[in-house]
Ligand binder design. Structure first.
Ligand code: AMP
Length: 286
């Protein structure tokens, strides 16, 4: 496995792969790897001849009062983990290599970025779509794998790729969870034992909503009220949003149907903001 820091070296490597007829898969990450990241890498390897993992804590997707400075980082540990995986290159640029002096261009997906996380994180998605566009130009992947955990991010990237004719196949990978249901996240490292219990409010809330829907409840108002009560029954939780939306348009829905996704963001103890999501009703296998 090779570590590349410079965008021009990364591009040269990718061009060489293309010349040899190799298909390149990209997994964009911010590091501090957990099993969720590793599964994305294995998925990319199952689809492509070469796998590039980008590791970049992208400053432009953090708002002024967010956790950029304290975001968990451990490069040595990450390299040890990724060394066990079918990964050819870790692309790990520094912010000054990614954002040259005078930088002023932005890619933004207008409508989809205004919902859900976009309300409380107004600069977040423009930062994501801009850096993902840059990564696509630098790595030139045939395929890029993203987690469904960041459900809105995946919807926005699919839209961007379609709107801008970007020749990359976007693959979504299901949420990888801890045995007790907590969605894996680098930010789980912030949780002390009490907060770790409160963090289960999201996955157990989703399970409760699914149970009620399976028993016939279709009213979003009724499900939302039950969910809110459930989440707030855990000490220290504060809901940022808990929304029932159309899985494609992200528009709010009043009645649950096959397309309804419950998307949640919850603050735990004022310190950690966690997200989770899932379709409310069972989905037909594709
Ligand atoms: P991050 O490093 O948090 O930016 O995540 C990098 C990629 O891993 C994104 O596409 C995330 O959606 C994905 N990811 C993070 N956590 C999980 C998880 N628990 N299950 C599946 N994918 C995940």
């Amino acid at each position: 496995m090779e570590i590349i820091n410079k965008p021009q070296e990364m591009l040269a490597w990718s061009r060489q792969q293309a010349q040899q007829g190799k298909r390149v898969g990209l997994v964009p990450t911010m590091g501090f790897f957990h099993e969720g990241h590793l599964r994305l890498m294995r998925r990319a390897a199952s689809l492509c001849d070469r796998v590039v993992v980008s590791l970049f804590v992208n400053p432009t997707q953090f708002g002024p009062n967010e956790d950029l400075d304290r975001y968990p980082r451990d490069f040595e540990r990450d390299m040890a983990l990724v060394g066990q995986e079918p990964v050819d290159v870790v692309f790990a640029p520094t912010p000054d290599l990614m954002y040259l002096p005078g930088y002023q261009t932005e890619v933004s997906v207008k409508q989809l970025s205004t919902h859900l996380c976009g309300r409380s994180r107004p600069v977040h998605f423009a930062g994501v779509t801009t850096v993902v566009t840059k990564l696509f130009n630098i790595v030139q992947p045939n395929t890029a794998v993203f987690g469904e955990k960041d459900f809105q991010q995946l919807a926005i990237i699919r839209r961007m790729v379609a709107d801008l004719n970007i020749p990359v196949n976007i693959v979504g990978h299901p949420i990888v969870r801890e045995p007790d249901g907590l969605a894996m996240s680098s930010r789980n490292a912030y949780l002390d034992p009490a907060n770790r219990s409160a963090a289960l409010s999201l996955s157990t809330g989703l399970a409760k909503v699914r149970e009620a829907a399976a028993a016939g409840e279709r009213s979003v108002a009724a499900l939302a009220q039950m969910l809110e009560r459930h989440i707030h029954s855990f000490a220290g939780t504060k809901i940022d949003y808990a929304s029932f939306v159309d899985g494609d348009s992200l528009e709010a829905m009043e009645t649950v149907d096959d397309r309804t996704v419950l998307a949640m963001a919850v603050h735990i103890d004022g310190k950690v903001r966690l997200i989770d999501n899932g379709y409310v009703l069972p989905q037909q296998a594709a």
